[in-house]
Design a binder for this molecule. Structure first.
Ligand code: SAH
Ligand code: SF4
Length: 429
């Protein structure tokens, strides 16, 4: 979502006449788009700002002005901290208000030496104010929904991105067609809880994600479709059926489980049990036997015992995830779980994360090795690290590297997989 937002911010700036600087020392304007999901992500901002202050001072000695702005969820949650710890920041604006950057920059130009902080949750949609999405390249993100009403007890998102809102279907289809006209072959529909989507169609009727996916699939020239991130309790039968009916929908689903323990899932306020999760996976596999599952996990949530952690390990074995993200629980001020009394020791969190990741990584490696000898359609994205190589993504989001000239970038080509490591596969066109 932040990658998408950053692209949209870049488009706003381009419209104002800005050009990307090759070196940060030449930049008149430096923006940070930030994440507040875990403490580490938020702390990164402050260490980066410290480095940028030095550059701002060096530029001032050369008589050059530098405007520093912070965008995103850290602003929503820690605007006072930003003003205190980094008083040289000129403006800070939340993830829902960055469309106002032109007027903020105008005010700064007029008034000088002001610090503007905008943490508004506006009634209007930012999407109505953004310039056209002119992303080029083979894959694009497209935000269809923002915010979340689920209030998982560990999660800061409902407080930083606000309540759930869905974009109108026609606006999404318009953006998608435009992307496809620009040469985009794959679109990943984005939202914090994308399957609670309920955007209005042109007759003003609310429609769900399954409806939108079917409409998207009709777009000629669009080859691949994905959606991220899903919430298990909202995986309804109609949506599952899309994995059978829609050929363009990739056979890969990121469906965060968080924990395998029903006690912990309840304490997290997730509206599903591990048993219900397994039922959903079963149905998905019936709809498309080739589907690969991915997940997020949190270890060391308050009250998590060895037995609860074991339940998570059991689920990893039962579902056989082909890929997953895993994190130590991070206390986010203002969320209910941050003040739960039974916090888990850092040492225990670390140990559990290591055990879980070893298991997840070895399953990922097994899956990747199992692809050797297969022919997969790869959408090439970019030049590889080595000369004469390019890389792209398989239907399962695996990175695939082949020897080829750049003419195949932004194209889908069949590749025979010749080797498989943890992080990437190699193959031949
Ligand atoms: N909306 C999605 C993902 C939201 S954030 C969902 O409901 O699954 C992405 C991931 O960050 C979450 O799935 C969760 O695993 C992790 N996360 C969120 N808050 C966290 C916290 N306080 N500590 C550790 N991980 C967290
Ligand atoms: Fe956060 Fe996802 Fe839960 Fe919403 S559903 S509160 S975004 S973890």
């Amino acid at each position: 979502m932040n990658v998408y937002d950053s692209e949209r911010i870049a488009a706003i700036l381009k419209n104002m006449g800005y050009k990307a600087a090759d070196d940060v020392r030449d930049a008149d304007l430096i923006l940070f788009n930030t994440c507040h999901i875990r403490e580490k992500a938020a702390e990164k901002l402050f260490s980066d700002l410290g480095r940028i202050e030095i550059i701002k001072n060096e530029r001032a000695e050369r008589g050059l002005e530098t405007i520093i702005g912070v965008v995103g969820c850290v602003v929503q949650a820690e605007n006072e901290q930003i003003a205190k710890r980094a008083p040289y920041v000129n403006f800070a604006t939340g993830p829902l208000t960055y469309y106002r950057i032109p007027e903020i920059l105008q005010r700064i130009a007029n008034e000088k030496n002001i610090c503007i902080i905008d943490t508004d949750f506006p009634a209007e949609s930012k999407f109505d104010h953004l310039p056209q999405n002119d992303h080029t390249g083979g894959c694009a993100y497209l935000a269809i929904q923002e915010g979340c009403n689920n209030f998982c007890t560990y999660c800061i998102v409902p407080y930083t991105r606000g309540v759930e809102t869905s974009r109108p279907i026609e606006d999404i289809l318009h953006e998608a067609r435009n992307l496809v006209n620009n040469g985009v072959l794959e679109i990943n529909l984005l939202g914090q809880n994308v399957n609670s989507f309920h955007g209005e169609d042109k007759n003003g009727r609310e429609q769900n994600l399954a409806y939108l996916l079917n409409k998207m699939a009709e777009i000629e020239g669009l080859q691949r479709l994905r959606y991220t991130t899903s919430y298990p309790a909202d995986m309804n039968d109609e949506l599952i059926k899309c994995h059978h009916d829609i050929e363009k929908l990739m056979p890969y689903l990121h469906l965060p489980l968080q924990s395998g323990s029903d006690k912990i899932l309840k304490a997290m306020n997730r509206r599903h049990t591990s048993g219900q999760y397994l039922e959903i996976v079963e149905k998905l596999k019936e709809a498309n036997p080739n589907i690969g599952m991915s997940s997020d996990f949190i270890v060391g949530f308050p009250g998590e015992t060895d037995a609860d952690f074991q339940a998570t390990m059991d689920m990893v074995q039962k579902v056989n995830f082909i890929q997953a993200f895993s994190f130590k629980y991070s206390r986010r001020a203002g969320t209910p779980a941050a003040v739960y009394p039974n916090q888990v020791e850092e040492k225990v969190k670390k140990e559990r994360l290591e055990i879980l990741q070893n298991e997840l990584f070895s399953r990922q490696l097994n899956f990747n090795k199992g692809c050797v000898g297969k022919i997969m359609p790869i959408l090439f994205e970019s030049k590889g690290r080595k000369k004469g190589e390019i890389f792209g993504r398989s239907p399962y989001m695996q990175t695939v590297i082949v020897k080829s000239g750049t003419e195949n970038i932004n194209r889908i080509k069949n590749v025979k997989i010749t080797s498989g490591g943890m992080n990437a596969l190699c193959g031949e066109l």
